[in-house]
Design a protein around this ligand. Structure first.
Ligand code: GDG
Length: 472
């Protein structure tokens, strides 16, 4: 019996060590939900790092046994692995390069060696479970080398790869000393997916120029295998956000929050702490808005949620300090006894409070400098059950290719983003409804479950096409 194995750097759980015992909390993230229809079936499993340092053999056994009940298997990483492979090569080399932040790239051979070794650890963990007739779906930039490592051991397996972050232009890719191995690693897959057509185009161009492999309509002939590359824009669990917005729990939060905030227009921004998200630019634009339009003072507030992330990496610590300073500056400049411009939270919120933020906000300001997709903007639109609200969305987010009824902006254009906020604040309800309704229709149709289905159907199609060619 063949099975399907999902592989990602992190398992969709959080593991906490409390009073000498481990507690497992399954993640409620969109990807985990979407892939739930796969890994929870039959013999299928999800393999990845549980997110904690588990050194003791006895504890490792406990973790293995508990995860088995959740249809998961761990890849244990040491502290050093995490430091060099995860914080190092993944987050200080690939992440900045692929998001066009070349000034933040760290070129360290030690990071690369650890990256290769950890990809190999993942490969070994998978080989302990997989056979040549299985389907293995590898996720994201931490595991670029894995498809080829698996292919060498399981030549007939069905291997897919999906990248959740952008794929940069050839000019960036060529800067990385390990570019060839990285691309060769990816080409081990039968199907390679990106969020957007542009990412796919950049990848095909890099493969052509660096590996010398040409393609015909997204099909690459690698050795004697056919590899398909395409765009599969990821959706959200639409119904979950729609239902949550209508739930009494969310409505209670909205009532409570609104009582505190009073009658004012609300802008929401929600991001992980990351320089790719353009958080400082957004604060500066909000200051410009209040500087130039005194009538909005006391009338418009921003709710800014920054979710802690990668706080061991220096550039993230510096960014946190920059944001703290900018928020302090604008709040001290404009606050009155009963109004503050920015309500700033450096933490994450329970799901229903997040849902309340989405449904009570008039405007979502989603202005990353670069983002593979960005799910926050999709979640905001899905939560607008009364069809009122305006999305301001960066052209640099993958989602802008689908959500064309948002007000699209260049996040570097301070004047442009400020005008977009003014436009959003004065947009009539009829236009808001038209735009939201149209965006909701496409998000509802192409949700996370449809994304999984379309990707898996394509994978099967590619395997059939390969078999067809071999039989000729
Ligand atoms: C990467 C790519 C791509 C945020 N705050 C809270 C909270 N969240 C949830 C949101 C959303 C998720 O976190 C963030 O997803 P994004 O897509 O916006 O951003 P990344 O984390 O950078 O994700 C990105 C994505 O992968 C998928 O392929 O779209 O481009 O960078 O789902 O809801 N959830 C809760 N409380 C919070 O305070 N419960």
């Amino acid at each position: 019996m063949s099975k399907t194995i999902i592989v990602s750097n992190r398992l969709p759980i959080s593991l906490q060590h409390k009073n000498g015992k481990f507690e497992f909390k399954p993640s409620a993230g969109g990807l985990a939900t979407g892939l739930g229809s796969i890994y929870k079936e039959g013999e299928n499993i999800w393999i990845g790092w549980p997110g904690n340092d588990v050194e003791d053999e006895g504890q490792r056994k406990e973790v293995v046994d508990e995860l088995k009940k959740l249809k998961m298997a761990p890849v244990f990483l040491t502290k050093k692995d995490v430091e060099l492979y995860y914080e190092g090569f993944s987050n200080e080399t690939i992440w900045p390069a692929f998001h066009y932040f070349t000034q933040h790239i760290n070129y360290e051979d030690e990071y690369w060696d650890a990256y290769w070794n950890v990809n190999k650890k993942f490969c070994d963990a998978i080989l302990a479970k997989a056979s040549d007739s299985d389907t293995i779906w590898v996720h994201d930039y931490q595991l670029l080398l894995l498809p080829m490592m698996l292919r060498e051991k399981l030549p007939n397996a069905t291997i897919a790869f999906f990248q959740h972050i952008p794929f940069p232009s050839y000019e960036i890719m060529r800067m990385l000393p390990w570019r060839k191995q990285m691309l060769e690693g990816m080409v081990g897959a039968d199907l390679i997916g990106f969020h957007t057509y542009d990412d796919m185009r950049h990848f095909l161009s890099a493969v052509g120029r660096i590996l010398g492999l040409s393609n015909e309509s997204g099909f690459i002939q690698a050795d004697n295998r056919l590899v398909n590359v395409d765009a599969f824009p990821m959706g959200i669990d639409y119904e979950k956000f729609e239902k949550a917005a209508l739930s009494p729990k969310t409505k209670n939060h909205v009532k409570k929050f609104k009582q505190t905030l009073g009658d004012q227009k609300l802008l929401i921004t929600i991001d992980r702490l990351d320089y790719s998200k353009g958080i400082p630019n957004r604060i500066k634009v909000f200051e410009k808005l209040l500087d130039e339009n005194p009538k909005y003072r006391g009338k418009v507030s921003m709710i800014m949620v920054v979710v802690p992330s990668r706080d061991q990496v220096q550039s993230y610590q510096t960014l946190k300090e920059e944001i703290d300073t900018l928020v302090g500056h604008i709040n001290s400049k404009f606050s009155t006894l009963n109004w503050v411009p920015i309500h700033y939270f450096y933490r994450s919120f329970p799901f229903n409070e997040l849902s309340a933020f989405y449904s009570m906000s008039d405007i979502a300001l989603v202005t990353p400098l670069r983002d593979g997709m960005n799910l926050v903007c999709k979640e905001f639109v899905a939560s607008k059950t009364d069809k009122k609200g305006v999305l301001i969305l960066s052209e640099m987010a993958g989602a802008s290719k689908e959500l064309v009824d948002a007000i699209l902006v260049n996040p570097n254009d301070q004047e442009g983003v400020t005008s977009a906020i003014v436009e959003a604040l004065s947009m009539d309800e009829e236009e808001q409804e038209l735009r939201i309704t149209s965006m909701q229709a496409s998000l509802k149709k192409y949700d996370i479950f449809q994304w999984v289905k379309v990707f898996m159907d394509r994978l099967q199609f590619v395997k059939e096409k390969q078999a067809d060619l071999e039989s000729k």
